[in-house]
Design a protein around this ligand. Structure first.
Ligand code: NDP
Ligand code: OXD
Length: 317
């Protein structure tokens, strides 16, 4: 039976916790940990990875599949030596629900002006501001994939006017949809709260720039435009976001991801009154849910069934 190798780096990623979960669910399967307990590289059939060092995966001659331990795969696709075996990403209800919580929290926080009321509380000011209904506020989800669609549907149920934008044409009940280069400007022009749930690919890098942000709707019910980025940091141009906040193009931003992570201590983002920072934890990967997800896929594969959620190498997601 092929061994599974866990190869992960970064704060919050504890391979021992993942190994315990894998071993509890599949006690007969050998689960090894990079870098100290790799054993014979020829016995590794599957690698479960989060930000492994480039070149590592090329060292396993009998690798059958690579599992990203997150929904995103840019931490793997950037490896010039990535073996040409199926690359599978996480699609799991647990991860999706966590991301939807994050998106709903931040949409509501801007919609209900929580930052303003926090400032008032510090100054002991009892003052009520006009509050538009959710049905007057246009939220736009950039990236209408697994995560974007779930967040869009929950926001629509709350009552927001929700639209989604993706690469290909889609129809989602209750959600206005836009697609392709031709649809982007119209999508932005009707959007007051822009939620980015796009993957990082060659096509999306640097997309959240001043030119794009200036196309958002600023004269809607909220009286300003907001950005929520929980997709990837390399989509966003930090100096442009700060410029957009400065000139009033953006009234506020919730940023979970940054071009450089952790966000450097000297970044002016930290102290900006209208920026909310979270440490790339919008949708964390919980081994209690995801080890089972990966093992189910391996079992399918070994029974001769096709793997699910395989990344398209040409598209990069
Ligand atoms: P999916 O692959 O299911 O969805 C991606 C969506 O982006 C699709 O709708 C796709 O369009 C669209 N898209 C891709 N490229 C383009 C483009 N160039 N122009 C327009 N639309 C484009 O991914 P998920 O929803 O599962 O995850 C999305 C991303 O969220 C991940 O890649 C990851 O970067 C990020 N993420 C962040 C987390 C965090 O904690 N901050 C946690 C989990 C994920 P189409 O439908 O036409 O293919
Ligand atoms: C992911 C992430 O891609 O956590 O799942 O960023």
């Amino acid at each position: 039976m092929s061994a599974i190798l866990l190869a992960m780096t970064g704060a919050g990623w504890d391979p021992a916790e993942w190994q315990a979960r894998f071993s509890a669910l599949a006690p007969r399967r050998e689960v090894r940990i990079w870098p100290d307990r790799v054993g014979d590289p020829a016995e590794i059939g599957y690698v479960c990875a989060w930000k492994p060092p480039p070149g590592l995966l090329a060292q396993f001659p009998h690798l059958k599949a690579i599992f990203s331990l997150g929904a995103g795969v840019d931490h793997l696709t950037g490896d010039p030596l990535l073996p040409e075996v199926p690359l599978v990403r996480v699609v799991d209800r647990d991860l999706t629900a966590r991301m939807t919580e994050h998106v709903v929290l931040h949409v509501l926080l801007h919609h209900r002006r929580l930052r303003l009321y926090e400032r008032q509380q510090r100054e002991k000011i009892w003052h009520e501001h006009a509050q538009p209904a959710a049905s007057e506020v246009a939220v736009g989800i950039l990236g209408l994939g697994v995560l974007g669609r779930d967040a869009a549907e929950v926001l629509a149920r709350i009552g927001f006017r929700v639209a989604g934008f993706g690469r290909s044409e889609k129809s989602v009940p209750g959600i206005e949809t836009f697609h392709g280069k031709a649809g982007l400007d119209a999508f932005l022009a009707r959007t007051e709260i822009l939620v980015c749930l796009l993957p990082h690919t060659r096509a999306t890098e640097g997309m959240l720039n001043l030119r794009l942000l200036r196309k958002l709707k600023r004269d809607g019910a909220l009286g300003g435009a907001y950005l929520i980025n929980a997709g990837r940091g390399k989509l966003q141009v930090d100096v442009d976001i700060l410029a957009a906040l400065e000139e009033g193009t953006l009234a506020g931003a919730s940023l979970d991801v940054f071009p450089t992570e952790p966000l450097p201590r000297e970044s002016p983002m930290w102290g900006h009154p209208n920026v909310i920072i979270t440490p790339h934890n919008a949708g964390v990967s919980d081994p209690r849910a995801l080890a089972k997800n990966v093992l189910t896929q391996i079992e399918r594969f070994e029974r001769g069934l096709p793997l699910e959620h395989v990344v398209d190498p040409a598209a990069g997601y």
